[in-house]
Design a binder for this molecule. Structure first.
Ligand code: PEP
Length: 254
């Protein structure tokens, strides 16, 4: 696991102001577990309110436009997200790729726009069940990632994280074996070293995402090259999300 594991909640299209109490509780819990870096990506509408109240956790966006401004009805630029208080953005999530037809080239353009606006980026990748069953998961994910990542990133070790999220594990309660997670994270690590050099490539945190819960977080986070977790459903309540943060903190004590 990374020196400072990174546990990020993705609230997806969930949450109105009534959920600010959960964000506050997550922030309070994170203050007690400072060895773990905790962050939350609520919907756009809650970025500013969560940012205003949070003392410990970073707040991020779940997407941004590749364009800096202009005639793009309904879109939010990276600068706007930063202005609302976002410190990072999740890009290339499989739900964006599926629901909005985002290509690898689109994801790369969005990442470049996010870095230019001073945001950190969590770039997602992951294979379908058919691809895994065909034995092509590693080849697919490394190709997808290479096509989605910017060719150069200033300060990549600090500003870039990768999230491996097998599509068939998202929201299903199913997870890959710890061995499969480790094998994929090792393949991603080799790609990051090839793209960004030994130093940065070895420091970029690679998060696992897909049905992470307090009950399975410990074993997934202990796998080779797993530097944290991207958490969907289990980040919606402070109780379950902090259970995952606790599991990361306990691993650090070992
Ligand atoms: C996600 O979509 O980023 C995710 C990991 O979801 P879940 O934890 O609900 O599987």
């Amino acid at each position: 696991m990374a020196e400072r594991p990174y546990i990020v909640g993705n609230w997806k299209m969930n949450g109105t102001r009534a959920m600010l109490s959960e964000a506050r509780a997550i922030d309070r819990g994170a203050q007690r577990l400072m060895k773990v870096e905790v962050a939350l990506a609520p919907p756009f509408t809650l970025i500013h309110p969560v940012h205003r109240e949070a003392e410990q956790i970073a707040v991020g966006a779940q997407d941004c436009s590749a364009a800096p401004d202009g005639a793009h009805t309904g879109d939010i630029s990276a600068t706007m997200a930063a202005d609302a208080g976002a410190k990072f953005v999740i890009l290339g999530h499989s739900e964006r790729r599926q629901d909005h037809g985002e290509s690898d080239a689109t994801v790369r353009a969005k990442a470049e726009a996010a870095f230019a606006a001073g945001l950190k980026v969590i770039l997602c990748c992951g294979e379908t069940e058919e691809t895994r069953d065909a034995g092509k998961a590693e080849a697919f994910v490394t190709r997808q990632l290479e096509a989605s990542l910017p060719e150069t990133v200033d300060g990549a070790a600090e500003r870039l994280s990768v999230a491996y999220e097998p599509i068939w594990a998202i929201g299903t309660g199913r997870t890959p074996t710890v061995e499969d997670v480790a094998a994929m994270h090792n393949a991603i690590r080799a790609l990051l070293v090839k793209l960004y050099g030994e130093e940065a490539g070895n420091e970029i945190r690679i998060l696992y995402g897909g049905s992470v819960k307090p009950e399975n977080a410990g074993e997934l986070l202990a796998a080779d090259n797993v530097g944290g977790a991207l958490v969907g459903g289990a980040s919606l309540t402070a109780e379950s999300f902090l259970g995952i943060v606790n599991a990361a903190a306990e691993l650090l004590e070992r």
